[in-house]
Structure formats: structure tokens, C-alpha cells
Design a binder for this molecule. Structure first.
Ligand code: ADP
Length: 259
């Protein structure tokens, strides 16, 4: 038994602190959760040990996105054990702890408590924990900055001016908190017609790249508006786990983030 205890102590002492990669956006609906899930899956495909925390406490969507709805995490020694997903990315989301569709109207301190439990869970030998933040600049962001300072942050924006103005606010929050912004991802950049394949640009194109340049930030890449992304997301099959046309874009994003 002593031997086992010693091995355990050795593992604990050895334990690498995972990189915490926050994914933020200025506003909701820009695809931050979708990109967080697919970025985590793509990083796992690159061979990294990745975990995912859904820090969007009142609007959790990662259980749906990663197909883990209905899986309940157990607690071990007062800490949660992340649930496994089929994509090699263990995860935790409020969706795992509440009934589907139930309103989660919590005070700031309770929200901070939930985020703390997720980040202090048994992530074992995870190298990277992708944290899907709620949109904007609220309690969860403050908890993250004060308690679990992310190693870096990625900002997701759609190409329109308004979304970019909000994204700039998110950037400034991280910069003020001393969190390096790894770069900006442009989502819903161009729409590929599923019938004729012609690409049109309902929200303009290149806006996020120009805005990133204006803020002195790296542009990490763009993901088009693709019906397959929405459809597969809803079905709990992250597109980055498959072999469709967007996989290369996600792997390229993951490679840039990984570097
Ligand atoms: P956020 O986390 O920023 O609120 P979501 O990730 O929940 O946004 O995405 C909002 C909606 O847009 C979802 O229905 C999602 O499936 C869809 N979506 C996100 N990105 C894309 C994309 N590139 N192509 C098609 N649909 C997308």
C-alpha cells in the first residue's frame, strides 16, 4: 500500500499545470461555443491532451455540442470528475448538472463557485483546458482573471462592425487582466451555397482580420458559415472530428493555437 501511496505522491508532485485557453467573444451568437468545441477536438486530433470547461453557466451548450447530454459527472474526493466525450475531450458543463431547459438564474458568487468546481475538477494529465466563456465581460470573466488566470485567450467574432466593436471590448478586458490574447478567429465568414457552391458574404469578409491588425493582434483564421457546421453541432458531432471540408480549417486553427 505504501508503494501505491508513494507513486500517487510522485504523480501529484509531477503534475503539469495545464495551459488554460479561454475562448471569448464580445457578444453571443457569433459561434464561440461551436468554435471552442471544434478547437478542442482539433487540438485532440493533433495529439494534445485536451479538456473542455463550459464556463457559460447560464447558457451551457457544450453537452449538446460534444454529444454528452444526460451524462452526469461523479465526484471523487470532493472534486468533480469530467465526463468523457466520444471525441477524446473530457468536459464539464452546467448542462451535466441540471435538467435540460431548466433556467439557471444564479447570483454572481454561485456562478463563480460553479466555475471554480469545473476548473478544480480531476483534469488529471490534461495539457490544455479550453474554457468556453460566456459572451461579454461579466462575473465568469472576472473569476477567470482573478482565480484561474488563463494562459491565453482567443477571441471569436463575426465580420460585422458591431460584433468587432464588442470583440474589442473583450480584448481589452483580457489585456487589462494581463492575459495575452493569442489572436482573433473570424467565424461565419462567407456562406457556401449548399446547392451551387457559390460563396457569398452576408456579413462581409475580412473585417475581423482588419480589426485584429488594427488592434495589433494575430489573425488565426476564418471559418465560413456552413450549414453542415450547424447541423452536425446540433447532432453532437463536432465537425472537426469528421472528414468534411471544414476539417482542415479547424486543424489549421488548432495548429496555430498549439504553436
Ligand atoms: P455563441 O457561443 O457565440 O453564442 P454558438 O456557438 O452557440 O454561438 O453558435 C450560434 C449558432 O450558430 C448555433 O446554432 C451554431 O450551430 C451556429 N453556428 C456557429 N458557427 C457556425 C458556422 N461557421 N456555420 C454555420 N453555423 C454556425
Amino acid at each position: 500500500a505504501d508503494g501505491v501511496a508513494q507513486v500517487h505522491v510522485a504523480i501529484m508532485a509531477d503534475k503539469v499545470q495545464p495551459v488554460i485557453l479561454a475562448v471569448g467573444s464580445g457578444k453571443g451568437g457569433v459561434g464561440k461555443s461551436t468554435l471552442s468545441a471544434n478547437l478542442a477536438v482539433a487540438l485532440a486530433r493533433l495529439g494534445r491532451k485536451v479538456g473542455l470547461v463550459d464556463a457559460d453557466i447560464s447558457g451551457p451548450s457544450q453537452a449538446r455540442l460534444l454529444g454528452t447530454e444526460g451524462q452526469r459527472p461523479v465526484a471523487h474526493e470532493n472534486r468533480l470528475v469530467p465526463v468523457a466525450s466520444r471525441w477524446g475531450v473530457p468536459m464539464l458543463s452546467m448542462a451535466q448538472l441540471t435538467e435540460p431547459g431548466a433556467a439557471i438564474a444564479w447570483r454572481g458568487s454561485m456562478v463563480a463557485g460553479a466555475v471554480t468546481q469545473f476548473l478544480e475538477a480531476h483534469w488529471d494529465n490534461a495539457e490544455i483546458i479550453v474554457v468556453d466563456l460566456p459572451p461579454g465581460t461579466g462575473d465568469v470573466q472576472l473569476t477567470m482573471l482573478q482565480k484561474f488566470k488563463p494562459t491565453g485567450a482567443v477571441i471569436v467574432s463575426t465580420p460585422q462592425d458591431l460584433a468587432l466593436m464588442d470583440a474589442a471590448r473583450a480584448v481589452s478586458l483580457f489585456e487589462k487582466g494581463g492575459v495575452p490574447v493569442v489572436g482573433v478567429i473570424e467565424n461565419m465568414a462567407g456562406y457556401a451555397c449548399p446547392h451551387c457552391g457559390e460563396v457569398s458574404d452576408p456579413f462581409g469578409v475580412g473585417g475581423a482580420e482588419a480589426a485584429a491588425a488594427a488592434m495589433g493582434l494575430d489573425f488565426l483564421g476564418r471559418i465560413p458559415l456552413d450549414i453542415a457546421i450547424r447541423r452536425e453541432s446540433d447532432a453532437g458531432n463536432p465537425i472537426a472530428a469528421g472528414d468534411g471540408p471544414q476539417v482542415q480549417a479547424f486543424l489549421a486553427l488548432a495548429t496555430r493555437v498549439n504553436d
